[in-house]
Design a binder for this molecule. Structure first.
Ligand code: B12
Length: 449
């Protein structure tokens, strides 16, 4: 059958992100169906989408929902109303079956099915669309298939696939050109799954807890293919790249052996690294380390259930800096356990981290399928039937988000390297001007002080 896959993401803050998830889904169905991928970042309007639908005339339209909102209390933005308009456009222009998927969908699958009035959804890994499409084509009822949601049956997330599917990167020039013009950044996944138990985090739900690895040589082949297609920077999208020191170091070694020339970056946990770890990554071309640090105060790190303590952060920071990497830390303030004293301690310690950028997120969004959700339920902050599609932030007993934002704003005055949230629209506008002038990559290194 004809399948149209739509990447619905039009968020360009901090920058436009290449739709990697849709690429995996397209590869999973391409052998048995005629597949076309469209990207709302490129189409630009639902009118243009309507034209695509009418000319391709698909029997199934799969819509990839990556973001629900920007999780930023300082400049909040939501995207689900746009998605509703998108589904309405599909309905007005075809009789195709509508299937939803993507990380944002996976977090809120039940609510999204209802809110967007979809026929089916695939929660978790979208490669399972292959089985769903087969069932639809042969007239079988897909209810009960792993990961499949129907109108009647809410279903459950499927157990993770045994292996990370091999990426079949077949460059689509128009899509590539769009992203290559804006910072030259493409992305790459070297494993799926997250074994950590951070109280607020959705990653183990989206990707599963069991880590499944792409063979390092295969990751390196993909990296080279991306480089050959024109990428000038690679972002590794793994939940936590160094969650397995051995595999991540082997991936770096494979990049080096394959002769990868372009720089790359990744999300890391500031756990105490083995000797020489960051040197090995740097020698293989890593330039940007983005640490999910969240707090610099041990009782808060404990309450967030982070797998490290403040002393580890300083050690990881030093090791990454000594290896010559650009370093950023993401901080997540006002979660459970935060008090005015712990906040001061985190900010005092932040001042002691030399030569880096700090991104401060002032408020912890409550997501279903997390321990924070259970805590917020128990504390009466949310109710069981409440939809969290419109963000609800954890209500800290001692501090409001506004008070925390004000404190961070005050203490960050005059410091270019202390950024509220991801920087908001001004930062994104500045970045896109720099991209137009030929700058490459995440660009936050220009703020390092
Ligand atoms: C890496 C990452 C980033 C990197 C991306 C770098 C890059 N160049 O690629 C950076 C740091 C830039 C980033 C930024 C942001 N991110 Co982010 N990011 C991630 C992360 C960790 C991985 C995303 C990824 O690429 N995964 C790998 C691909 C292969 O997986 P996938 O896209 O999920 O696709 C699979 C399935 O979802 C499904 N699928 C996908 N599409 C479709 C379509 C159909 C039809 C079907 C059936 C299935 C399907 O199948 C795919 C293959 O199995 C996720 C969390 C996570 N663990 O998923 C958050 C996540 C996507 N980010 C999130 C957010 C909020 C943001 C920001 C808004 C944050 C901010 N305030 O700046 C920005 C938005 C950027 C933008 N322009 O859109 C949220 C989205 C949920 C929400 N609240 O909206 C997530 C889920 C994290 C969270 N808080 O839970 N992010």
């Amino acid at each position: 059958m004809k399948i149209l896959l739509v990447s619905a993401n039009t968020n360009t803050e901090p920058y436009a992100v290449y739709p990697l998830g849709i690429e995996y889904v397209a590869a999973a169905v391409a052998d048995h169906h005629r597949v076309k991928v469209v990207d709302m970042n490129i189409l630009g309007s639902t009118a243009a989408l309507a034209d695509e639908i009418r000319s391709f005339d698909p029997a199934l339209v799969g819509i990839g929902l990556r973001n629900v909102d920007n999780t930023d209390v300082t400049t909040p933005k939501g995207f689900v109303d746009d998605y509703r308009e998108l589904v309405a456009t599909v309905r007005e222009n075809s009789r195709a079956v509508v299937v939803l998927g993507g990380s944002g969908f996976t977090i809120f699958a039940r609510q999204m099915m209802r809110f967007l009035d979809a026929d089916y959804g695939v929660a978790g890994e979208g490669e399972r669309l292959a089985q769903l499409a087969k069932a639809i084509e042969s007239g079988r009822d897909p209810a009960g298939m792993p990961g499949v949601m129907t109108r009647r049956d809410a279903g459950a997330i499927a157990p993770p696939l045994e292996r990370v599917p091999r990426r079949r990167f077949t460059p689509d020039d128009s899509v590539l050109a769009f992203y290559l013009r804006r910072g030259g950044m493409l992305n790459l996944q070297t494993k799926r799954g997250c074994r950590f138990r951070c109280v607020y985090c959705t990653y183990p739900h989206i990707e599963g807890r069991r880590m499944r690895y792409a063979p390092p040589a295969e990751a390196a082949r993909t990296a080279l293919a991306l480089q050959d297609a024109g990428a000038r920077f690679l972002f590794i999208t793994d939940a936590v790249f160094n969650a397995d020191f051995e595999h991540s170091a082997a991936v770096a070694q494979a990049f080096k052996d394959a002769g990868l020339k372009i720089p790359w970056g990744a999300f890391l946990s500031p756990t105490d690294p083995p000797a020489g770890y960051y040197e090995r990554l740097a020698e293989a071309g890593m330039t940007h380390a983005e640490f999910g640090t969240e707090a610099l105060c041990d009782p808060v790190l404990g309450a967030y259930r982070k797998p490290f303590r403040t002393a580890d952060v300083f050690r990881a920071h030093r090791a990454a800096r000594e290896a010559g990497l650009h370093v950023a830390h993401y901080l997540l303030l006002a979660g459970p356990g935060e008090t005015p004293e712990t906040l001061s301690r985190t900010l005092d310690n932040a001042e002691k981290l030399p030569r880096c950028v700090l991104f401060f997120f002032c408020g912890m969004r409550i997501y279903p399928h997390t321990d924070l959700y259970t805590t917020a339920l128990r504390e009466g902050q949310i109710s069981e039937n409440q939809s969290l599609l419109t963000p609800v932030y954890y209500r800290n007993a001692h501090l409001t988000e506004a008070a925390v934002t004000e404190t961070v704003r005050r203490r960050s005055r005059g410091r270019l390297n202390w950024v509220l949230g991801a920087g908001g629209p001004q930062t994104a506008a500045l970045m896109s001007r720099m991209y137009r002038r030929g700058y490459v990559g995440p660009l936050w290194e220009y703020l390092v002080r």
